[in-house]
Design a protein around this ligand. Structure first.
Ligand code: BDR
Ligand code: CA
Length: 314
C-alpha cells in the first residue's frame, strides 16, 4: 500500500488521475489539495469534489490552496479543458465540503500523521508545494519523494520551450526543484503518449460502472472538442509513482528558467557527464540543483489497461 497526496488543478486529465488514485486498491489516498492552474481555484475545488463523487471515493480531505502563482498573473487553459475545466459535462455539484485547513497545513498534518512514508504528487502548477516547502521544511524532509507532472526535457506546450505547469509558476517550480527532496519528473516527454480514441471510450462505456462511465464521458467530451486522440495525461504520473517499473527514467540535473525572456518556465535538463557540467556551473549550483529522475518512456498499453481495469472494478 502506498500513501499518496495529490495536488491538482482539476482539469480533465487531473480527473483521470483522481479517478485512478481514489479507486486503486494499492493506493491510500490521504488527501487532495487544490491550486489554481487549468482554471480558477473556485472551479478547481468544485471539479475536484465532483470527481471524488464520480469515483465513489470515501471521505478524503480536500484542502484549498493558492489562488494564483507567486509572481505572475494566472493564465488559464479553458481552451483545452472546457469552460468549467471539466469538459462542460454539467455533472451535479457535490455535497462534500472542503477541509477547514489551508492546503499547506493539510499536507503538513497528513505527512506528520502518517506512520509510513508519503509520496506527494503535484499535477498542477507548483505554488502550493513551494509554499508548503517554505512553511514546513522539517515536515517536507519526511516526504519519500515528489512525483510531479510538469516540465520537459524536449519542447514545451504553453510556449515553445515551457510546459504549462512550470510556466504557470516558474518561481514555485524553482523552489521545488532546489528542495533536496527526491523528485521524479513526469513531463511532456511522456505526457502525450497515453492516447485514447473512440474505441477505448466505447470499451469503457461497456463496463457499465459509475466511475468508468464518468471517465468515458470525459473522454467523449474531449474527443468532441479536440477531434483527435486525447491523452490520459496527469494519470500517468500517479501510475508511475505506484509502478516506477512501467517507465524508463534518466538521471538529470534540472534547472527552471525564471528569467523573463522567451524561455521563462522552461526546464533545462542536463544529462551531460558531470565533468562537462562542472565546466559550466559553479559547485554550489551543482549542489543546490538536485538530480531528478526524468521519465523518458512509459509502457503505454499496460498503463492504459491499468487505468481502465482500476476504474471498472467494483
Ligand atoms: C499539464 O497542464 C494541464 O493542462 C494538465 O492538467 C497537465 O497537468 C500539461 O502541461
Ligand atoms: Ca493538471
Amino acid at each position: 500500500m502506498k500513501n499518496f497526496i495529490l495536488d491538482v488543478d482539476t482539469g480533465v486529465d487531473d480527473a483521470f488521475a483522481l479517478l485512478f488514485a481514489a479507486r486503486h486498491p494499492e493506493i491510500n489516498l490521504l488527501g487532495v489539495t487544490c491550486v489554481d492552474g487549468n482554471t480558477n481555484l473556485k472551479q478547481v475545488v468544485i471539479n475536484t469534489l465532483k470527481v471524488l463523487d464520480a469515483a465513489e471515493a470515501g471521505d478524503i480531505p480536500v484542502g484549498v490552496g493558492a489562488t494564483r502563482p507567486l509572481i505572475d498573473e494566472p493564465r488559464y487553459a479553458e481552451y483545452v479543458h472546457g469552460a468549467d475545466g471539466l469538459g462542460d459535462l454539467n455533472y451535479p455539484e457535490s455535497t462534500r465540503t472542503v477541509d477547514p485547513r489551508p492546503a499547506v497545513e493539510l499536507i503538513r498534518d497528513l505527512v506528520e500523521g502518517s506512520k509510513d512514508p508519503v509520496t506527494l504528487i503535484p499535477l498542477a502548477p507548483l505554488t502550493n508545494i513551494a509554499l508548503f516547502l517554505r512553511s514546513f521544511p522539517e515536515t517536507a524532509k519526511k516526504l519519500e519523494r515528489i512525483v510531479l507532472m510538469g516540465g520537459s526535457a524536449s519542447q514545451g506546450n504553453a510556449t515553445a520551450s515551457a510546459e504549462f505547469n512550470i510556466w504557470h509558476d516558474p518561481e514555485a517550480a524553482a523552489i521545488v526543484f532546489q528542495s533536496g527532496i527526491p523528485i521524479t519528473m513526469y513531463g511532456l516527454d511522456v505526457f502525450g503518449d497515453l492516447k485514447m480514441d473512440n474505441s477505448f471510450a466505447k470499451r469503457l462505456h461497456e463496463k457499465s460502472h459509475a466511475p468508468s462511465t464518468f471517465g468515458a464521458k470525459l473522454i467523449d467530451a474531449m474527443l468532441a472538442r479536440h477531434k483527435e486522440e486525447i491523452t490520459l495525461g496527469d494519470y500517468g504520473a500517479v501510475a508511475v509513482a505506484l509502478y516506477p517499473e512501467l517507465s524508463t527514467q534518466e538521471t538529470m540535473k534540472v534547472m527552471v528558467d525564471t528569467t523573463f525572456g522567451p524561455n521563462r518556465g522552461a526546464t533545462i535538463c542536463d544529462h551531460r557527464p558531470i565533468e562537462y557540467q562542472e565546466l559550466g556551473y559553479t559547485k554550489s549550483w551543482l549542489e543546490q540543483n538536485l538530480t531528478v529522475q526524468v521519465c523518458k518512456t512509459i509502457k503505454v498499453d499496460e498503463l492504459r489497461e491499468l487505468w481502465m481495469d482500476t476504474l471498472s472494478r467494483s
